[in-house]
Write a protein that binds this ligand. Structure first.
Ligand SMILES: N[C@@H](CCC(=O)N[C@@H](CS)C(=O)NCC(=O)O)C(=O)O
Length: 194
């Protein structure tokens, strides 16, 4: 697979996720930052407006989860994001689902308000409550483990950590006091995105 990889996107959790996967795998790539208010290039390339979009030779992909699977399937000599028994892969997929639903719920509630330039204390309080509950599950899971699946980083961590990182960074919700394992884990995962 000698063709160069280009990823088009901007500073969001799904874009961070793809960059972390590429860095972890040691695959060279270029990140092209797009202007979020102009999706014309993204639409021309992929026929839809969301990022990340990845171009590899003649292949164009969109959707961060699809991109992670493409990288695992086409760069088999690099560290695996989905590996092991069927049960283990199903469990990784469960964490992906959790990250995209429960963990991302606060961000999904707050983002439309932010884009509209509005504030709503009730929505913000609800978002914080959901984020506190979801991250409690992470804190519990990371007891005695470096990564969500044990000893090595997988697609579970690469999907979940950027969501928590981005939710805090954007000021949508904050990790409650005492989520020390979760904080250390975010640092471990996000260290790939340098
Ligand atoms: N399922 C897609 C979701 C992509 C998505 O929602 N991308 C966001 C950035 S993370 C986007 O482009 N949003 C459009 C917007 O903000 O207008 C993925 O995982 O890549």
């Amino acid at each position: 697979m000698a063709e160069h990889i280009t990823v088009y996107g901007f500073e969001t959790s799904n874009n961070m996720k793809v960059r972390i996967a590429l860095k972890h795998k040691g695959i060279p790539f270029t990140f092209e930052t797009i202007d979020p208010s102009d999706r014309s290039e993204i639409e021309r390339l992929s026929g839809q407006p969301l990022t990340p979009v990845m171009v590899h030779g003649g292949s164009v992909l969109f959707d961060s989860a699809a991109i992670l699977r493409y990288l695992d399937a086409n760069f088999p000599d690099t560290p695996r994001l989905f590996a092991g028994s069927r049960e283990r892969i199903w469990e990784i997929e469960e964490w992906e689902g959790f990250a995209r639903a429960e963990l991302a719920a606060a961000m999904k509630m707050m983002l439309p308000l932010r884009l509209a330039g509005e504030e709503d204390a009730e929505v913000a309080a609800h978002a914080q409550e959901l984020f506190s509950d979801a991250t409690a599950r992470l804190e519990d899971r990371l007891s005695g483990r470096e990564w969500l699946m044990g000893d090595e980083i997988t697609a579970a961590d690469i999907t979940a950590a950027p969501v928590v990182f981005r939710t805090e960074k954007a000021g949508f919700a904050t990790l409650p006091e005492g989520r020390d394992r979760t904080r250390a884990w975010i640092d471990r995962v996000m260290a790939f995105d340098v």
